[in-house]
Design a protein around this ligand. Structure first.
Ligand SMILES: Nc1ncnc2c1ncn2[C@@H]1O[C@H](COP(=O)(O)OP(=O)(O)OP(=O)(O)O)[C@@H](O)[C@H]1O
Ligand SMILES: [Mg+2]
Length: 213
């Protein structure tokens, strides 16, 4: 497997913006949210299983997942959420691993919005970069972009790992409190660091000697 870096961060902190910059610099990007969308669009690999589990009414006229309808259902019923996740997560995981293994770039950025919340993909990535910004800014940017209210954004944030915990668990942090240019400069520095790390052979693991027994 190529050298993998996990990218995560709270809602609206700038994950997609930072990812676009990494991609433009030449990193391979495997985005679990993007894969989830691909699997649930018309003809996607998850559609048949979703139709069987939830019924035809959750499939839109064009054959894709009816996202609005499913969002309402899983919001109201945790059981339904678990059922949907049981279908999607293994498919996303398999697709991620396949894309990572096929990547030709020097390293792979694996974008996992809920990396710390779920623990998924932690074993795959050599390190984790967190995109972080001040919470007031995070809320303002998310409200502007999504049309959610301030309270709705705060409710989503409350379901995510607290900012301090995320920062404490990070190997690298992108501070996204400035403009996009300031973010770009930080991404460029990290990209150079990841290229260097990817070029290094993995640390030799200690071989046990007879003294260890
Ligand atoms: N440094 C910045 N200056 C101004 N606006 C920014 C900056 N970084 C990101 N934004 C804007 O803030 C919004 C959220 O950023 P982005 O979509 O990159 O975050 P995200 O973490 O991917 O969000 P989500 O969790 O919803 O996927 C977007 O509208 C984006 O254009
Ligand atoms: Mg995003």
């Amino acid at each position: 497997m190529p050298f993998c870096v996990g990218l995560t961060g709270g809602i609206g902190c700038g994950k997609s913006t930072a990812t676009d910059i990494f991609r433009a610099l030449g990193a391979a990007v495997v985005d679990t949210d993007e894969l989830s969308h691909e699997l649930t669009r018309s003809g996607g690999a998850a559609i048949a299983a979703i139709r069987n589990a939830f019924g035809m009414e959750y499939i839109a006229a064009d054959g894709s997942l009816d996202r609005a309808r499913m969002r309402k259902l899983v919001f109201a019923e945790p059981e339904a959420r678990h059922k949907l996740e049981a279908i999607l997560h293994p498919l996303i995981r398999a697709a991620s691993y396949a894309r990572i293994a096929a990547a030709q770039q020097p390293y792979v950025l694996v974008v996992v919005p809920l990396l710390f919340e779920t623990g998924a993909y932690r074993e795959l990535v050599a390190r984790v970069v967190v995109v972080d910004c001040d919470e007031i800014l995070q809320i303002a940017r998310t409200v502007r972009r999504s049309g959610l209210t301030d309270a709705e954004v705060r409710a989503i944030m409350a379901t995510q790992v607290p900012r301090e915990k995320r920062l404490a668990a990070a190997d690298d942090v992108l501070h996204n409190d400035g403009d996009v240019e300031a973010l770009r400069r930080q991404v460029e520095a990290l990209h150079a660091k990841y290229l260097a790390l990817a070029a290094k052979p993995p640390e030799a693991t200690a071989v046990p000697t007879s003294d260890d027994f």
